[in-house]
Design a protein around this ligand. Structure first.
Ligand SMILES: Cc1cc2nc3c(=O)[nH]c(=O)nc-3n(C[C@H](O)[C@H](O)[C@H](O)COP(=O)(O)OP(=O)(O)OC[C@H]3O[C@@H](n4cnc5c(N)ncnc54)[C@H](O)[C@@H]3O)c2cc1C
Length: 550
């Protein structure tokens, strides 16, 4: 056949698409983060933060984040000969993410290199690095949180703290004494209940001295490849906390069977598992019957990291939305210049900044709590309300940020679907929403010093914003009348308290457009039920410009 002169139509011009948001320092333009870390005592770590920020914004690390989720962990229960091995295989990108996290001290620097502001610096780093991938933050967080519990057994801490806080990432399975770096997980939840831990049925029988044999199951055990776990089990004297190594000192495997991995909504890079303990040997930490009281210190630190993780997800979601809006045109103008899109972005920016400011204030309370009773008392209520509220806001925030990218936002390559799937878990684990809210009520009732410390913090912002002053007075009345302590109203109470705390931080430390819009919308009721409903009087441009990502 003769060649046909076909008409040449170009079908694949790519126009009006945003360039990838890569090759930037994630921390560089995060003004709320930088101001906050200076304010809360970690200005000394700015260079370290920017070095990690460069890494988090690099195309290479962004690629690791995608791969670690595209190729989730695989459980190998047995070897080819039928021997039980209970190993989890991870994609190499998971190990790269873990390695960066460990070498930057996210799992333990405040313990191994203590100094004023160490927990603030670590929270800022965790927030920056989690923007690239959240799943691997789980074992990093649990290792960080395990150390204060381990210190309750100084003999164990002397042996294992150096290896748990060292900057060496060694995923290979060996006895703890032979390792340069190790990780610690946590296993409390059982099939019949995770909130009410008194229902735990795992038995602990005395074996030798402080060594017990544990038999039972754990329904959720994230990071089952950890070198050790903090576990709750029923000893003769009641629910007790134990340190459960995965490899015994003689090099044999402890009797921990990984039954299966969970098929989860998000957090897919992280191997959350079900495990069985078959007379597994463990060392007691704390007295028999004091299990919850012993492990609660770990939970306080993991709750702080839930706030960090959610604030991090919000910042990354906002960054993606703002970046897109700055490059995408519709109806003859850039999206960012469309008044309604600017309202949406400003509202998302406010939520993100309030979460970041609260995170850094909470980290300072952890930092100072060891020496300052007021800060310790403040932390007791502020972490519970921060965990409740920031984690609750993240899913709605991610959904709205996704919509800013239109259809592109719904596609995996944009990262928004992963951010969106990731958000609910921070509200579910480490005390689900209701449990956190009830915990706050308990703290208010039992620890007047915590209530006073919280109110004293708020008082520092009074007199500057009428909405804030009115909301604070109303809360004070309800606390005095006991209305705020009604169990069925716990969510109302915690939400008001969290918003007031966030508002107080913004009034004291953020520019007027940010603080004014936050107070008018969140406290004054000049707002709708969805994001993007700020008052037309708000200085939307100033709010969005302050939050530009790159
Ligand atoms: C991805 C993932 C990883 C996890 N990893 C771990 C891990 O490594 N180690 C570990 O120990 N656990 C882990 N968990 C478990 C998690 O901590 C629990 O799921 C959580 O504590 C809730 O327990 P539960 O699932 O048994 O729900 P339940 O305790 O049955 O609670 C169900 C709902 O009831 C609410 N509720 C409970 N009590 C009350 C009350 N008195 N009043 C009102 N409402 C109430 C809760 O807030 C919750 O919304 C993980 C969970 C997930 C999803």
């Amino acid at each position: 056949m003769d060649t046909i002169d076909r008409p040449q139509h170009v079908t694949h011009d790519v126009t009006n698409q945003a360039p990838p948001l890569a090759g930037y320092d994630v921390a560089a333009r995060d003004v709320a983060l930088l101001e906050g870390m200076r304010r809360e005592g970690a200005a000394w770590d700015e260079d370290g933060l920017h070095a990690l920020g460069e890494r988090a914004g690099s195309a290479e690390a962004i690629g690791w984040g995608f791969e670690a989720n595209r190729y989730p962990p695989v459980l190998r229960t047995h070897d080819r000969y039928g021997n039980r091995i209970d190993e989890v295989d991870f994609h190499p990108s998971w190990h790269r993410l873990m390695e960066v996290a460990v070498t930057h001290g996210l799992h333990g620097a405040p313990w191994s290199e203590p100094r004023a502001g160490a927990h603030v610096a670590r929270a800022a780093r965790f927030y920056v690095w989690s923007q690239v991938e959240s799943g691997h933050g789980c074992p990093i967080s649990m290792t960080y949180a395990a150390v204060p519990v381990l210190r309750r057994r100084p003999d164990l801490a002397a042996l294992f703290e150096p290896v748990l806080t060292s900057r060496a990432y060694e995923p290979e399975l060996r006895p703890l004494r032979e390792k340069r770096g190790a990780l610690c997980g946590m296993a409390m939840t059982e099939k019949q209940g995770g909130s009410d831990l008194r229902a735990n049925t795992t038995r602990a029988e005395k074996f030798d001295g402080d060594t017990y044999a544990l038999t039972g199951h754990k329904w959720f055990c994230s990071a089952p490849m950890s070198d050790a776990f903090l576990v709750l089990a029923q000893a003769p004297g009641g629910l007790t906390c134990f340190f459960l190594p995965r490899i015994l000192p003689d090099g044999t495997r402890n009797a921990i069977r990984i039954q299966r991995l969970k098929d989860k909504l998000g957090n897919r890079s992280n191997a959350s598992s079900e495990i069985e303990l078959e007379t597994a040997l463990a060392l007691r930490i704390g007295d028999e019957g004091r299990g919850v009281a012993t492990i609660i210190e770990m939970v306080n630190h993991t709750r702080l990291d839930c706030v960090a993780g959610s604030a991090s997800l919000m910042r990354q979601a906002f960054a993606q939305a703002a970046h897109h809006a700055r490059h995408r045109r519709a109806f003859g103008a850039l999206l960012v210049d469309q008044p309604l899109m600017r309202n949406v972005l400003a509202d998302l920016a406010l939520e993100s900044e309030a979460a970041t400011a609260l995170l850094l204030r909470l980290a300072r309370a952890v930092d100072r709590g060891a020496d300052d009773p007021d800060e310790a008392a403040f932390a007791r209520v502020a972490i519970a309300l921060g965990k409740y509220w920031v984690c609750k806001r993240a899913p709605a925030h991610a959904a709205e940020a996704m919509e800013c990218l239109g259809g592109n936002g719904y596609v995996e390559e944009s990262i928004l679907p992963r951010l969106y799937r990731e958000t609910p878990v921070n509200s579910i684990w480490e005390g689900s929403g209701n449990v956190n809210a009830l915990d706050l009520l308990r703290a208010l009732a039992k620890q007047p010093a915590s209530r006073d410390a919280y109110l004293a913090e708020l008082a520092r912002a009074s007199g500057a914003d009428a909405h804030f002053d009115a909301a604070l007075a109303a809360l004070g009345d309800d606390l005095a009348a006991g209305e705020a302590a009604v169990e069925g109203s716990a969510r109302r109470t915690v939400e008001r308290m969290a918003l007031l705390l966030q508002a107080s931080l913004l009034i004291r430390h953020a520019p007027a457009p940010v603080a004014d819009a936050f107070c008018a919308s969140r406290l004054g009721g000049d707002w709708g039920a969805a994001f993007g409903t700020l008052s037309p009087r708000a200085d939307l441009r100033a709010i969005v410009e302050r939050a530009w990502p790159a």
